[in-house]
Design a protein around this ligand. Structure first.
Ligand code: PBG
Length: 349
C-alpha cells in the first residue's frame, strides 16, 4: 500500500514517486473525456443520416400500413403510403431506401414468375417513388424468395437449388427493376456468378450507370426470421438456405466471395447479418477498401425492440450505439429498420 502522501495528485513536488506513479501523473486519458466539447473534438467516428439506408416492405392496396408482428414499429406500406414515407426519409437526409415486396400468395409459384412481371409490386413502387422523391436512391432486391411458393431464393429441382438456371432469371429480374427506375441492384440470393451475369446484361442493355450492391458475405442465419414473416416466406419456406448462404463459422470464405463479386463488377459490397458479423465487416473493409455496407437484419432489430419494450434497455441510446458500431468497424453505411427513427434522433441532436 502506498502511503497517502505518495499518491499522485496528493504528494508535493519533490516527493519520491515510483515510475508507475510518474506515468500516471503525465498520462491521463480522462483529460480528453472531461467535457462534452472535448469528447466531440476527439471522437473518431460519427453517425449521420448519410450512413442510413432504409429497408421497407411494400404490399398491395391503397392507404395500407400493416404492422409486422415480429418487428414492432415496422409496417408494410401500400405504394401510396410508401411514397409518403420515402418523401419523409428524403427530407431527413437518408440517401437510399431498399424495397422488399410482400407478394400476394396467389401470385407465388414454383419459379417465382411474378419476379419477371414488369408491372409487379416492386416495379410500381419504384416508379411511384422515383416520381415523388427523385433525390433518394432506390435499391431493389434481386432474389426469388418473395415470389416463390417454396420460399427459396432460386429455382428448385428435386430439393436442389439450381445455380445457373436461377442466375438467368435473376438477370431478367434485374433488367425489369432497372427499367422501372431502380438505381442500385442488390442481389441477395448468393448464387455463384450472378454479379457478373447481371453486370454483363446491364451493360448490354445500356444501363452502364446502374450500381450493384452485392450481398457478398451473406450468412445462413437465424436472424432473418422476422423478415421472412414480413415478406410472407416463413409460412412456406421448407428446409433451409445452407446450400447457398454462407456457414457462420467462416471468415476466409467471405474474402473469396467479396473478391469474386468485385471482380465481376460490384460497386459496393455488403455483410449480413450485422452486429454478429462485425469481424467480417472490418476484415472486408480493410482488405478491399471498397464501399462496404452492413445489414442490421430483422432479428437484430426485433431483439433490440423486445428489450426496449420490456424496459430492459434504453431505446435511443442503444439504437444509436448499435448503429455507430458498424461505422467504427469500417462500414460506409448501414441498412437498418431504425433508419427513420435514427435520422430523426440525429437531427434533433
Ligand atoms: C432474401 C433476403 C432475406 C433478407 C433480405 N433478403 C432473408 C433470407 O435470406 O431468407 C433478410 C433481411 C432481414 O432479415 O432483415 N433474399
Amino acid at each position: 500500500m502506498a502511503k497517502r502522501e505518495d499518491l499522485p495528485g496528493s504528494a508535493g513536488f519533490g516527493a519520491k514517486l515510483t515510475r508507475t506513479e510518474r506515468v500516471h501523473r503525465t498520462v491521463r486519458p480522462r483529460r480528453n473525456r472531461r467535457t462534452d466539447w472535448s469528447r466531440r473534438m476527439v471522437r473518431e467516428t460519427v453517425l449521420t443520416p448519410d450512413d442510413l439506408i432504409w429497408p421497407l416492405f411494400i404490399v398491395e392496396g391503397t392507404g395500407v400500413r400493416e404492422p409486422v408482428a415480429s418487428m414492432p414499429g415496422v409496417v408494410r406500406y401500400s405504394v401510396d403510403e410508401a411514397v409518403k414515407a420515402v418523401a419523409e426519409a428524403e427530407r431527413l437526409g437518408i440517401p437510399a431506401i431498399a424495397l422488399f415486396p410482400y407478394t400476394n400468395p396467389a401470385l407465388r409459384d414454383e419459379t417465382g414468375s411474378e419476379a419477371l412481371n414488369p408491372d409487379n409490386l416492386v416495379c410500381r413502387a419504384c416508379k411511384a417513388v422515383k416520381d415523388a422523391a427523385p433525390d433518394i436512391g432506390i435499391i431493389t432486391d434481386v432474389a426469388l424468395d418473395p415470389y416463390t411458393s417454396h420460399g427459396h431464393d432460386g429455382l428448385v429441382d428435386d430439393g436442389r437449388i439450381l445455380n445457373d438456371e436461377t442466375v438467368n432469371v435473376l438477370v431478367e429480374q434485374s433488367l425489369i427493376q432497372v427499367r422501372a427506375g431502380a438505381d442500385i441492384i442488390a442481389p441477395s440470393d448468393m448464387m455463384d456468378g450472378r454479379v457478373g451475369a447481371i453486370r454483363e446484361a446491364l451493360e448490354a442493355d445500356g444501363h452502364i450507370e446502374t450500381q450493384i450492391m452485392a450481398y457478398s458475405a451473406k450468412y445462413a442465419s437465424g436472424f432473418y426470421g422476422p423478415f421472412r414473416d414480413a415478406v410472407g416466406s416463413s409460412a412456406t419456406l421448407y428446409g433451409d438456405k445452407r446450400t447457398y448462404q454462407m456457414d457462420c463459422g467462416n471468415t476466409d470464405e467471405a474474402i473469396r466471395e467479396a473478391e469474386l463479386d468485385i471482380a465481376e463488377g460490384a460497386d459496393m459490397i455488403m455483410v449480413k447479418p450485422g452486429l454478429p458479423y462485425l469481424d467480417i465487416l472490418a476484415r472486408l473493409r480493410a482488405t478491399f477498401g471498397m464501399p462496404t455496407y452492413a445489414y442490421q437484419v430483422s432479428g437484430e432489430y426485433a431483439m433490440l425492440c423486445a428489450a426496449f419494450e420490456n424496459g430492459w434497455l434504453k431505446r435511443e441510446v442503444c439504437m444509436l450505439e448499435s448503429l455507430i458500431a458498424f461505422k467504427r468497424a469500417g462500414a460506409d453505411g448501414v441498412l437498418t429498420y431504425f433508419a427513420l427513427e435514427a435520422a430523426k434522433a440525429l437531427q434533433e441532436g
